[in-house]
Design a protein around this ligand. Structure first.
Ligand code: ADE
Length: 236
């Protein structure tokens, strides 16, 4: 079966460059979301701006799977750096994704654990992770930046304080934080659809978070999109 890759970004800045590269493109609007179908360097893709946060991301993922029959899902965008040594404009490819704001510890669950589910930490597809690493190695835009393969933690929260950063680190030690990846991973997991999350760091998720973010948002979003473009044709 030919690949049909769904590409999700939360914000316009995270998807607009990829959309502009499509050939044979057409649009369909569902639940207020604009799904743009077309070919990206010859591969069938559907690109969509989900909106910000976990619920928007999960609903969008489910639509991609049910209505557009995607074979793979890639989430592209920006994130706050958490891993030691990771800097602004470095990249993370997900090994797994979870919710840093899932907290039912009052009933004896571990923080991040989803009660009554067998899985709370959704594993990304190994072949897609390998494709991301291969793509990164030959991506000229990425020269001078590094790629870390690691856990991504999502929550309905922009992390911009050292105290919150340290508590998320203590809870689940992610490589970066953002606001959609784990919800996309969760929906993909339930549908048995392979996924990977690619994020380029816009800020350090600390007290300098907002100002660094504003400065780097567009550059980081475009770097992530450049890596995603290069991954799409490498998915087996
Ligand atoms: N996306 C980019 N930076 C972020 C941060 N610091 N927290 C949550 N989401 C982000």
């Amino acid at each position: 079966m030919q690949n049909r890759v769904g590409i999700i970004g939360a914000m316009d800045v995270e998807v607009k460059t990829l959309k502009s590269l499509l050939t044979e493109s057409s649009e369909k609007v569902l639940m207020g979301l604009t799904f743009v179908q077309g070919k990206l360097d010859g591969t069938d893709v559907i690109i969509v701006q989900s909106g910000i946060g976990k619920v928007n991301a999960a609903l969008c993922t489910q639509l991609l799977i049910l209505e557009f029959k995607v074979t793979h899902i890639i989430n592209t965008g920006i994130a706050g750096a958490m891993a030691h040594g990771l800097k602004v404009l470095d990249f993370v490819v997900s090994t797994d994704a979870l919710y840093h704001d899932m907290d039912v510890t009052g009933f004896g669950y571990k923080v991040t654990q989803i009660p009554q589910m067998e899985c709370s930490d959704f594993p990304a597809d190994k072949a897609m992770i390998a494709a991301a690493k291969e793509a990164f190695d030959s991506l000229k835009e990425a020269q001078g930046h590094s790629l870390v393969a690691g856990r991504i933690a999502s929550g309905d929260q922009f992390v911009s304080s050292k105290t919150v950063k340290e508590s998320i680190r203590a809870a689940c030690d992610p490589a970066c934080v953002e606001m959609e990846g784990a919800a996309i991973a969760h929906a993909a997991y339930l549908n048995k659809t392979p996924f990977v999350i690619i994020r380029c760091m816009s800020d350090m998720a600390d007290d300098s978070g907002e100002s660094t973010y504003d400065f780097n948002e567009e550059t980081a979003a475009n770097l992530s999109a450049a890596l995603v473009r290069s991954i799409v044709g490498k998915i087996q």
